[in-house]
Design a protein around this ligand. Structure first.
Ligand code: APR
Ligand code: ZN
Length: 264
C-alpha cells in the first residue's frame, strides 16, 4: 500500500484523544462480504438494500429473519483482521497515557472490533447478534444460529415470538434504511468527536447518513481527519489526508511508523 506521509505519522504519534469511525471496509479483509456483494443461490434475486427495510420484514418476516441469522452465522465463523487488532492496540496504549483515549464508533453490525479486544463506543447501525421484539421493543437473547455462514442462507424460517409480550415477532436489532439511529450511540460518538484531537474514517464510503457526517463535526473544529480506504469516497474532498490502501495493512503500518506498535 501507499507510503504514509510523515505528517500523518506525526499526527498519530502526538494524538491523545482519537475517534475512529469504521465502516464495512475494515471487515472486508476478514471475509465479511460488504453490503453490496452479490447474493448466491435462492437469494440471488434479492439485493441487501431490499432486505434491510421494515417493509421487507413486514412483507416476509421469515425471509428477512433468515437472511440476518445467516449473516450472524457468517460473522461468527470469521476472525478479526490486523486492522481491527491495530485499533485495539492503539486504544490500549492511549489508555495508559494521562488524558489519553481512543473511541471506536462503527457502522458495522459485526463484533470483530470487540473480538479483537477493543471497546466500542457506538454501533451506529445496531448489532447483528442483537434481537428485539417488533411490537414491544424488548430485547431478546437467542443462542447463535446453528447453520454455518458459508453456504447460501437456508430455506426461510419464521422468526420466534417475543419472550416478553409473546405476541410480537423478533426482529434483528439493526437500523434499517429509513429508521432512526440509536440516539445514545450517535450522541456519544458526536461528543467524542467534539473532544477529539484526531479523527480517522476507515473503510467507509461515507454514503450513508447521518453516520457519514460524524467526521465532519471534527472539520468544524479544525481537527485533522485521516481517511484510510483503497478508493475515493464521499469524504475524500473533506479530509486532510487520504491513505489509499487496505486498512489491514495501513493501520499496522501507521502504528509501527509512529512507534506505537512493535514496542514491547
Ligand atoms: N480496507 C479499507 N477500506 C476498504 C477495504 C479495505 N480492505 N475494502 C473495501 N473498502 C472500502 C470501500 O472502498 C468502500 O469505500 O470500504 C467501503 C465500504 O463501503 P460500504 O459498503 O458503503 O460500507 P459502509 O460505508 O460501512 O456503509 C454504510 O450502509 O451498507 C449499509 O448499513 C450498511 O453500515 C452500512 C452502511
Ligand atoms: Zn414483545
Amino acid at each position: 500500500s501507499e507510503e504514509v506521509p510523515d505528517e500523518v505519522v506525526a499526527l498519530v504519534r502526538e494524538a491523545r484523544r482519537v475517534v475512529v469511525l469504521t465502516g464495512a471496509g475494515i471487515s472486508a479483509e476478514s471475509g465479511v462480504p460488504t453490503f453490496r456483494e452479490v447474493q448466491t443461490g435462492l437469494w440471488e434475486r434479492f439485493s441487501a438494500e431490499e432486505l434491510a427495510t421494515v417493509e421487507a420484514y413486514e412483507n416476509d418476516p421469515a425471509l428477512v429473519w433468515t437472511w440476518y441469522r445467516w449473516r450472524q452465522a457468517l460473522i461468527a465463523a470469521v476472525e478479526p483482521n490486523a486492522g481491527h487488532r491495530a485499533l485495539a492496540l492503539w486504544q490500549q496504549r492511549l489508555a495508559d497515557v494521562d488524558g489519553g483515549w481512543l473511541a471506536v464508533s462503527t457502522q458495522n453490525v459485526d463484533d470483530l472490533h470487540e473480538r479483537a479486544g477493543a471497546d466500542v463506543l457506538g454501533h451506529l447501525h445496531g448489532r447483528i447478534a442483537a434481537h428485539r421484539c417488533a411490537d414491544c421493543g424488548e430485547p431478546d437473547e437467542l443462542p447463535p444460529p446453528e447453520f454455518d455462514g458459508f453456504t447460501a442462507p437456508p430455506e426461510p424460517v419464521d422468526p420466534p415470538f417475543c419472550t416478553h409480550c409473546e405476541e410480537g415477532l423478533m426482529r434483528p436489532d439493526i437500523v434499517w434504511f429509513g429508521e432512526m439511529l440509536p440516539a445514545s450511540d450517535f450522541d456519544a460518538s458526536s461528543a467524542a468527536i467534539r473532544a477529539a484531537d484526531l479523527v480517522l474514517a476507515v473503510g467507509t464510503s461515507g454514503m450513508v447518513q447521518p453516520a457519514a457526517s460524524l467526521p465532519l463535526l471534527g472539520l468544524e473544529r479544525g481537527v485533522p481527519i485521516i481517511e484510510v480506504n483503497p478508493q475515493e469516497t464521499e469524504l475524500t474532498d473533506l479530509v486532510d489526508f487520504a491513505i489509499r490502501g487496505p486498512s489491514g495493512e495501513v493501520l499496522p503500518q501507521l502504528l509501527q511508523a509512529a512507534g506505537i506498535a512493535g514496542r514491547r
